[in-house]
Design a protein around this ligand. Structure first.
Ligand SMILES: Nc1nc2c(c(=O)[nH]1)N[C@H]1C(S)=C(S)[C@@H](COP(=O)(O)OP(=O)(O)OC[C@H]3O[C@@H](n4cnc5c(=O)[nH]c(N)nc54)[C@H](O)[C@@H]3O)O[C@H]1N2
Ligand SMILES: Nc1nc2c(c(=O)[nH]1)N[C@H]1C(S)=C(S)[C@@H](COP(=O)(O)OP(=O)(O)OC[C@H]3O[C@@H](n4cnc5c(=O)[nH]c(N)nc54)[C@H](O)[C@@H]3O)O[C@H]1N2
Ligand SMILES: [Mo]
Length: 759
């Protein structure tokens, strides 16, 4: 599908006819148009299924088509009629498949049969389910549980996830990293310290009441397009939307709703952002200090009867404000401008709008969390909101936009490496075993373990760990030394074709497919980005009869690995997922009261969020102003080099993480290639390069050389000193130690690199 590369600026809005065409092309390519067309009507609807793409909220009163361009692509991708059968592997050795691209591997279609690696033939070969389970169980028994990792990618349901964490803990490990370790873990570390909850506080209805929305580092048009509906409605009410992003992302500029015929026919567009500030990558700390400093100045100038800052809220509910205000006052505008890449005028202009607002929401994504200062970035945004009491009132709060469709829910039901977050005593009481009591490995710890040889067995519930993580060069070497790799998956990817010495590939049903257990179709549940739980019912015929459901696979592995324990009813749970929901409720009675009775509530039912009630589950019993001393984004990099640039790794509009649907990035004007380096014209000239030249990128680090090559320079509207290129192609450049301090989220949005001309 890689065509002749073509790059030019894109003038259309987000959505619009470009979106409709892109969906049609993807569905035809997947050879799934009819089945998918019917499925799309059930997407994110009561009685239907929860989209397998992003985690954005599912409204109580859905639109006729409650899906977006990328959700439609994800549906088509799962319902494709293309399948990978044993003959495929008979034709291709794994060594050969290592030469295939991410796109080519997944494009083969859905995996259909359980497979086992045969070293003699260098192929995956069919194996019976029961044999696979018993061999894997025996192999796991031969490995020390502490040297095993049970990864989860964020898509599996609450039911599967609960069973999976129980399997890992009963086996003897808390090493349950999930994709949030590369994603919103900065949120999960920052917010409990600030406001006593690990998740956002905004519900969907808050968008109806907000009179200002801040948008930091989230690309809504590509990555959570259904969120454009509430944004469009807010924009039409005249709500200012103030965006901070190094790139001019189209969805944040203007939007035509592809599902509104009148807009499609007339070409009507809604502007989204009222102010758009192209800060430097890693400039958020300085920007947020600047906003807070400017707000304090406005408050100082205002008469007490018209204060800009909510001093009463701060006095009653907050801790640490005076020290924070002092730190803001002490900041020097020149320094703030240098670190943010914005003028003081720009920061003051944003603060001036904030000063007059009465209900503000702070939205953010990977542009904030994937930095060395990811945790501090989130806490600074929280400080900005706290200054005006923007939490615990309608139309206010903090809104991390989560990634995978159940990534937040997986954490809610125990997929975590941190023992303080796991219900260990409860599990002990319910199931009569002694769970391990020490923290397990997070993603970067697991990578270190794979590289050092400490990790011997790696089980994945979905995902493409090897491609998603940093330091992919060393990781591939370590991955091959694993004693055992087990992958539960829907499509073939690089984490499968590079494999451990013993390797199994277990294909599962997707969430859109009908999941029959006995005579009963089952439903599952997920938690969205705004902490609401939803039911999801499969709708399409499974792509093969040989597939098992994810709960059935986890149960099969558990029965083969664990000593029999009558309290863990693996067969009963698999036969009826309502029983898993009962077990979840028994484990978390406060979060899931009446789970089975409430699961089909239209619009979902909410998780209790204490901070929404202005109750603060923090050490001080208050909401805390927490702030860093330094503005430095990369404190431990070698001395700054004049020719070093800061690399942002980006998602295109034609990918879902490591799943590449195609080689276009419509909103950024890219057609037919992913090997692009977006670069400021002045940097191109300063470094004596030319638009269109091909370069290699090398990480600035003093341990060893990390390089990727073959990137074509494209002059682009990006701040000087910053460059952008796609993830996962750039992941070999990220040093394993280059991650957020508190949360260990790889700092994928500010990698210091230098360029070298090819040839
Ligand atoms: N179609 C589609 N949907 C997806 C995904 C997908 O790959 N494709 N992935 C899913 C997942 S797992 C996730 S986590 C989310 C990811 O969704 P996002 O959170 O939007 O993540 P990114 O696409 O990585 O882009 C982050 C944005 O941050 C900006 N940015 C980069 N550096 C900085 C910075 O230093 N400061 C600021 N303020 N901004 C910066 C970038 O220009 C970009 O617009 O989307 C989910 N939804
Ligand atoms: N440089 C850089 N690196 C990044 C990021 C970045 O912005 N920049 N983003 C990070 C983020 S936010 C994330 S979330 C991670 C993503 O990391 P992962 O979640 O590990 O990766 P995905 O690409 O989402 O996984 C895709 C695979 O999931 C499997 N799959 C799909 N659907 C199902 C299903 O229903 N069941 C099962 N069992 N398997 C299924 C398919 O086999 C598919 O090949 O990557 C991180 N890595
Ligand atoms: Mo993510």
């Amino acid at each position: 599908m890689a065509r002749d590369a073509h790059i030019e600026s894109y003038d259309g809005p987000a959505g619009g006819w470009g979106s409709a065409k892109s969906v049609a092309r993807a569905l035809v390519h997947d050879r799934a148009p009819l089945k998918s067309g019917a499925a799309l009507r059930k997407q994110n609807k009561p009685g239907g299924f929860a989209c397998v793409s992003c985690a954005w909220s599912k409204p109580r009163d859905p639109h006729v088509f409650e899906f977006c361009e990328n959700g439609a692509k994800a549906t088509g991708w799962e319902l494709t009629s293309k399948t990978v059968r044993a003959e495929f592997f008979a034709r291709h050795t794994l060594t050969e498949l290592e030469g295939w691209t991410d796109f080519e591997l997944e494009d083969q279609g859905r995996l259909t049969e359980p497979l086992k690696f045969n070293a003699a033939t260098d192929r995956y070969e069919p194996i019976a389910w029961e044999t696979a389970f018993s061999e894997i169980g025996a192999a796991l028994k031969g490995v020390e549980p502490k040297r095993s990792v049970f990864y989860a990618s964020g898509r599996a349901s609450l039911e599967t996830s609960y069973m999976y964490q129980l399997l890992a803990r009963a086996y003897g490990t808390n090493s349950l990293p999930d994709s949030s370790n590369m994603c919103h873990e900065s949120t999960s570390v920052a917010l409990p310290e600030s406001i006593g909850v690990p998740v956002g506080t905004v519900f969907l209805e808050d968008f109806d009441h907000a009179d200002l929305i801040f948008f930091f580092g989230q690309n809504v048009g590509s990555n959570a397009p259904r969120m454009l509906h509430p944004l469009q409605e807010a924009a039409r009410r005249g709500v200012p939307i103030i965006t901070f992003n190094p790139l001019k992302e189209r969805g944040l500029e203007r939007f035509t709703n592809p599902q509104a015929p009148s807009e499609m026919l007339t070409g009507a567009e809604t502007r989204i952002s009222t102010q758009y500030h192209q800060l430097k990558a890693g400039g958020d700390l300085a920007t947020l200090f600047g906003l807070c400093k400017a707000l304090i100045a406005l408050d100082d100038a205002a008469p007490p009867s018209a204060s800009v800052i909510d001093h009463a809220f701060i006095a009653e509910h907050c801790h640490g404000y005076d020290a924070f205000a002092q730190a803001c006052r002490a900041k020097d505008w020149v320094e703030l401008e240098r670190h943010s890449g914005l003028t003081s005028d720009a920061m003051e202009a944003a603060a001036a709008v904030y000063a007059t607002s009465t209900a503000a929401i702070g939205v953010y994504g990977m542009g904030m969390t994937q930095h060395r200062t990811g945790v501090e970035n989130v806490q600074m945004l929280m400080n900005l909101l706290l200054m005006k009491g923007n939490i615990g009132r309608p139309g206010t709060g903090i809104c991390p936009v989560r990634g995978h469709s159940n990534v937040q829910g997986q954490r809610t039901v125990g997929i975590t490496e941190k023992v303080k977050l796991a219900p260990l005593d409860k599990l002990k009481k319910l199931y009569g075993f002694e769970p391990p009591r020490e923290d397990g490995m997070a993603t970067v710890d697991a990578c270190k373990g794979v590289i050092d040889g400490e990790v011997e067995a790696f089980v994945s519930l979905g995902g493409n760990f090897l491609r998603a993580v940093p330091e992919t060069g060393l990781m591939e070497q370590g991955w091959r030394r694993l004693k055992l790799s087990v992958q539960i998956a829907t499509k073939l990817n690089r984490s499968h074709v590079v494999h451990g010495r013993a390797a199994y590939l277990l294909p599962c049903l997707g969430r859109i497919e009908i999941d029959m257990q006995g005579a009963e179709p089952q439903m599952v549940s997920v938690e969205d980005s705004t902490s609401h739980f939803h039911a999801s019912r499969g709708f399409a015929e499974p792509c093969a009869e040989t597939l098992l459901s994810e709960p059935a696979i986890v149960a099969g592995l558990a029965k083969a690995t664990l000593e029999p324990n009558s309290a863990m009813d693996w067969d009963g749970w698999t036969a009826n997922y309502a029983k898993v929901r009962d077990a979840i409720e028994a484990t978390y009675p406060k979060v899931f009261p009446g789970f089975n009775a409430r699961i089909e509530t239209a619009g979902g039912f909410p998780k209790p969020i204490m901070a929404r009630e202005r109750e603060w589950n923090t050490k001080t019993g208050k909401a805390n102003f927490i702030f860093p001393q330094s503005l430095d984004e990369n404190p431990d990099m070698p001395a700054p080099q004049p020719d070093a640039l800061r690399l942002i790794t980006l998602r295109s509009n034609d990918q879902f993480n490591t799943t590449i649907y195609g080689y276009d990035d419509r909103f950024r004007g890219v057609d037919g290639t992913r090997m692009i380096l977006f670069m400021n014209r002045n940097d191109i000239a300063r470094l004596a390069l030319k638009d269109g030249q091909t370069v290699a990128m090398r990480t600035v680090a003093d341990d060893f050389a990390r390089e990727v090559e073959g990137f074509r320079i494209v002059a682009y509207d990006i701040p000087e000193g910053c460059v952008g290129a796609y993830y996962p192609e750039c992941n070999p450049l990220i040093p394993l130690w280059h991650h957020a301090k508190g949360s260990k989220v790889p700092a994928a949005k500010s990698i210091p690199v230098t360029l070298r001309l090819a040839g």
